[in-house]
Write a protein that binds this ligand. Structure first.
Ligand code: FES
Length: 331
């Protein structure tokens, strides 16, 4: 049995089961609901009941005043729905709505995706995960190492388990540390999130994502978030690589393609590893999506490629508002 939740003032809706909190269900549905601790302490997930019935599911320490209780205020992280419910809740529309956070996390997994690419998974403490928007990054601080800001590869629907993709670079002490020294259980401080390479939540246009090698990380987060929102938007993913085995998670992309009706994955090998050149590839993408102004473009490319791609899109008539980009320092 599931119930329908309607969120005001946005009008967004999602389904929830009796065994889960409204916050869990809302995040799973891709809504950027305000929250921090997720355990009933901070009050950041406050919402007001406008219709329907709810009941507590988890213990909470946060205290409402008598007046607030009468007005219907409750915590989404501690309550479940008993029938169809209408609530008033804060949703983050842009990166500026997300507060700066400092979280003491631990390494939960260091996994080689390929010889030269590691997927690092960090686990936030039970007291609270990292609140972020898909496409944003966070700064990692390991004791004895310089700070490093990385794009988050995972979906904001799971604020406790955060994934990152790191390509080995022998001239980069951080990547050497990740590949040679880092072990499960190591402490790491997280500061952030940062960046505004985020989904245009108000748009319902079809999506075109163009990633370059490890630029797949923020694109992966954006696509997972777009899928969670369940809006059935058409998605085309172009993953470009100029090195051998640059498409290090093609199986993940093929899984999206297998389960989604309107998803296409294009794996493209650029020179010198492959035979294609960037400019004709971007022009081909432009031609394929011939009604250009009806698409939203998300580019995660290194600087020179980004300028080239953005110029081609602009010259072809794509409005700037429909081109979002995340600049890669090292793909
Ligand atoms: S998220 Fe902190 S009280 Fe609900």
């Amino acid at each position: 049995m599931s119930y329908k939740i309607t969120v005001r003032p946005s009008g967004h809706t999602f389904e929830t089961e009796p065994s889960e909190t409204l916050l869990q269900a809302g995040l799973r549905a891709g809504l950027n609901l305000g929250h921090s601790c997720a355990n009933g302490s901070c009050g950041d997930c406050r919402a007001r009941l406008l219709g329907g019935e709810i009941s507590p599911l988890n213990h909470y320490d946060y205290r409402f005043s008598q007046l607030e209780k009468q007005q219907g205020w409750f915590l989404m992280c501690s309550c479940r729905a008993l029938n169809d419910v209408e609530i008033e809740a804060h949703e983050s529309g842009s990166a500026t709505d997300i507060p700066e956070q400092h979280i003491n996390a631990r390494v939960s997994r260091v996994e080689r995706l390929q010889d030269e690419v590691v997927q690092l998974t960090l686990r936030a403490p039970r007291s609270g995960g990292l609140r972020f928007l898909a496409g944003q990054g966070v700064t990692l601080s390991f004791k004895g190492m310089r700070l490093k800001t990385l794009p988050i590869a995972s979906c904001p629907c799971d604020s406790m388990q955060l994934r990152f993709h790191i390509r080995r670079r022998h001239d980069d002490p951080f990547s050497e540390f990740i590949f040679e020294d880092l072990r499960k259980g190591r402490e790491v401080m997280l500061h952030g999130p940062s960046g505004n390479f985020t989904l245009d939540e108000d748009s319902d246009r079809p999506l075109v994502f163009i990633a370059w090698e490890a630029g797949f990380a923020p694109i992966s987060s954006l696509i997972d978030h777009a899928i969670q929102k369940d809006e059935n938007r058409s998605i085309d993913l172009y993953w470009l690589s100029a090195i051998p085995q640059g498409h290090y998670l093609s199986n993940y992309c093929r899984a999206w393609r297998d389960v989604l009706d309107d998803f296409r994955y294009h794996s493209i090998d650029l020179e010198p590893a492959g035979r294609e050149r960037l400019e004709p590839v971007i022009q081909r993408i432009v031609r394929v999506h011939s009604s250009l102004d009806s698409y939203d473009y998300y580019l995660a490319l290194p600087e020179s490629a980004l300028h080239q791609a953005r110029d081609i899109l602009r010259e072809s008539g794509v409005p700037d508002a429909q081109i979002r980009f995340g600049l890669l320092k090292h793909a």
